[in-house]
Design a protein. Structure first.
Lengths: 218, 508
């Protein structure tokens, strides 16, 4: 999947990233590394658009979750497949989810440990729970590629390990921004490091630790 | 566009004072043939000893006031909700502007010609202008809602799903808050519609006054204030459907006189077509318009502006002096409670009812209209400024009483004071026009006159002229506010939780 070709990326006049090439093979799990502000979210947004342009099904876990706080966790999960259905079907789902849809969404919520919170409004959940709802929405959506921006930043370390396994098994390919290098090494098959507006590291998950640490040096 | 010169606040205030001074010689402020003090004494005696003897009539008028307000606001909200997602389309936006540029009372007067004096007229007279207002405000609320969940859905999701799943839920709470505020306005509108014949509190008030039953009129006032002051206690989201059902039952019992068939078609195809065109003489159209301009629109417009400009200055004086009335640090604890009570009373009553009361005292002149507009709008602004004044961070050794008012509150809130007065200016023009129905020679007088003579073509032109004037003043006020650096005012009723009456949070 050839995603970006010498692209300048960013918001407004001054690009955050310059001359970016990005090619991701099916089956690759790419971890984006770099200190905050390095342009990970920008790169993810551009990759998502490029993937969708190629007609691929993308599941997104944004850093800010982008949930609808007033709706229940279950309905936020159901949002993952709205574009598979027409307006009438979706309206009926909003009023009262069909039994099969509800069961499927509940199964996903169970896999992130939120069974008992399924019918609570998202605005009443804790930060970690909200993040897991956002993950569940992407899991329920499924697809060719997962794009996730710090999807495990608000859950505790033990939970993060378990959730990492869940999402690892759910998607063939993924591009994930992670600040936790240990977690990244456990999940990814390939590492991409950003610094100073460029890709400064692109290698397998076996890249020596000191090269990775160098990314975070100012 | 080159940046326009910023205006000084004092300069704007001085300008409006100068205009008002120029208007003064043309203002008819006489109280000829009336002894206001005697009338006031009788009225005060009635209000202090409200007579609930006519309980059946009062209860029915109250229930119908509620029913018309609830149905009208619900229908208007529904219309607005339908239009809001499409507000960026010019056709929808202009429809909404046209709907809201005509006052409820004028809508009622026109609708009566088509639908008769019945339930439909009352409900539509509220629903149509409110629909236009709702469309604008709800579209703003939707635009300001978090766009991220809708973005997440991707481009393949249809518009209705996107709206219902990812936009409406985010805006729901603010929309409900705004609807509650609109219901309060609707209660005022509904009561006022009684003065043109609907069986609401205004009608009952008018008939009690005509019979000299001041005690019963006082009872209506008490009921009305209570109704509005307790709005947030009895109107709960869960109870909406029950209230609407009750309103439908109430309205179903109203007997409407039958209208001849084809009234709507006759209205559209014949009645509102200018007479020269109807009679097949297009050449006479221009003289017809010129006559109408000379005999009705220009004099009506002049009187409307005189009333509005003088009322604006009175509003300013009331608000300027009253802005600390609810601040305990200025008034003392008891004084602030009394101040609060006064502002609540003046805010709760529509300008129109206040003007009606003053008319009983002073007789027909511009004075009742100016007093009513000035006191009502002044109280609204004073209340809003007072709320801000109470929230001002003060140093621990800040002064109290008048010194605090003069040295802290007045200078720190002066910008908001001017912005709020400008904001109410357009509303005052609309209301001044309406006052004509009470017999003051503003635009509404000529409109009412034309309708009474069944010259609906003339009425239509006057109505359109009124709409244009209101829109022009709105644009002027907006530009003045922008040049004062106070352009970003939100619609009233949004945000702040105000116990009673209009709220206009965070001016400036």
């Amino acid at each position: 999947m050839h995603l970006l070709n010498a692209a300048d990326l960013g918001y407004g006049a001054v690009p955050v990233l310059r001359g970016i090439d990005l090619h991701v093979a099916t089956g690759e799990w790419v971890a984006l590394l770099g200190h905050s502000g390095a342009g990970k979210s920008t790169l993810l947004a551009a990759a998502r658009l490029a993937l969708m342009d190629q007609g691929l099904r993308v599941a997104l876990v944004p850093q800010d979750h982008a949930l609808v706080p007033q709706l229940s966790a279950l309905r936020n999960v159901l949002m993952g497949r709205l574009d598979d259905h027409g307006a009438v079907y979706n309206l009926a789902t909003l009023v009262r989810p069909r039994r099969a849809d509800r069961a499927a969404a509940l199964a996903v919520l169970a896999s992130v440990g939120l069974t008992s919170q399924a019918d609570r409004a998202v605005e009443t959940l804790s930060g970690g729970q909200k993040q897991r709802v956002a993950l569940a929405r992407a899991l329920y959506r499924g697809g060719d590629v997962l794009i996730a921006d710090e999807p495990l930043s608000a859950v505790d370390p033990a939970q993060a390990e378990a959730l990492a396994t869940v999402i690892r098994n759910a998607f063939p390919t993924a591009i994930i921004a992670l600040h936790d290098v240990g977690l990244a090494l456990g999940m990814a098959t390939r590492l991409i490091g950003l610094n100073g507006g460029r890709i400064v590291l692109d290698g397998p998950a076996t890249t020596p630790r000191d090269q990775i640490e160098a990314l975070y040096a100012r | 566009m080159p940046a326009r010169r910023r205006l000084s606040r004092l300069g704007v205030v001085a300008g409006f004072l100068a205009v008002a001074a120029l208007c003064l010689p043309f203002a008819d402020l006489t109280t000829a043939g009336h002894d206001p003090w005697q009338a006031l004494a009788r009225m005060a005696a009635g209000f202090l000893r409200p007579d609930f003897g006519a309980v059946e009539q009062i209860a029915r008028a109250t229930a119908l006031t509620l029913a018309f307000a609830l149905s009208g606001v619900a229908l208007g909200g529904f219309l607005g909700l339908l239009m809001a997602p499409f507000y960026r389309f010019r056709a929808i936006r202009w429809t909404a502007i046209a709907l809201r540029s005509v006052h409820e009372l004028f809508w009622a007067l026109m609708l009566m010609q088509v639908l008769g004096m019945g339930v439909a007229t009352g409900v539509l007279a509220i629903a149509l202008p409110y629909g236009g207002i709702f469309a604008k405000v709800l579209s703003e609320i939707l635009d300001e809602a978090d766009p991220r969940p809708a973005d997440w859905l991707g481009p393949r999701v249809d518009a209705l799903t996107r709206f219902l799943w990812a936009r409406a839920p985010l805006a729901r709470a603010e929309m409900a808050g705004y609807a509650l505020y609109r219901l309060e306005c609707g209660l005022r509108s509904s009561a006022v519609l009684g003065f043109v014949g609907l069986p609401t509190l205004g009608f009952q008030l008018d008939s009690f006054f005509k019979q000299g039953e001041y005690g019963a009129a006082g009872a209506i006032m008490v009921v009305y204030i209570t109704l509005i002051a307790t709005l947030r206690l009895w109107m709960r989201p869960r109870a909406v459907l029950i209230w609407l059902a009750a309103a439908a039952v109430m309205l179903a019992q109203v007997k409407s006189p039958p209208m001849g068939s084809g009234a709507l078609w006759r209205f559209l195809s014949s009645d509102i077509i200018p007479a020269p065109l109807r009679q097949g003489d297009p050449a006479a159209l221009w003289p017809w318009l010129a006559d109408l301009m000379r005999d009705a629109i220009l004099p009506g417009l002049f009187a409307t502006m005189v009333v509005a400009q003088l009322a604006l200055v009175l509003t300013g004086v009331v608000a300027f002096l009253g802005q600390a009335l609810i601040v305990p640090r200025v008034m003392g604890r008891a004084g602030a409670i009394v101040g609060h009570l006064w502002l609540v009373i003046l805010r709760s009553f529509p300008e129109y009812i206040l003007a009606y009361l003053f008319l009983q005292l002073f007789g027909p002149s511009m004075l009742p209209a100016i007093l009513a507009l000035g006191l009502h709008n002044g109280a609204i602004i004073a209340h809003l400024l007072g709320r801000q004044a109470r929230g001002l961070p003060l140093r621990p050794d800040a002064p109290r009483g008048l010194t605090l008012w003069g040295w802290e509150i007045v200078p720190r809130l002066f910008g908001n004071f001017v912005a709020l007065c400008l904001y109410r200016w357009e509303i005052m023009i609309r209301e001044s026009a309406i006052m004509g129905i009470l017999g003051i020679a503003t635009l509404g007088f000529f409109l009412d006159d034309a309708i009474a003579e069944l010259r609906l073509d003339r009425a239509m032109v006057i109505l359109i002229a009124t709409g244009f004037v209101t829109a022009a003043v709105d644009a002027l006020s907006r530009s003045l506010r922008a040049r004062l650096g106070a352009g970003r005012l939100r619609a009233p009723g949004r945000g702040g939780v105000l116990p009673v009456a209009q709220g206009l949070p965070n001016a400036g």
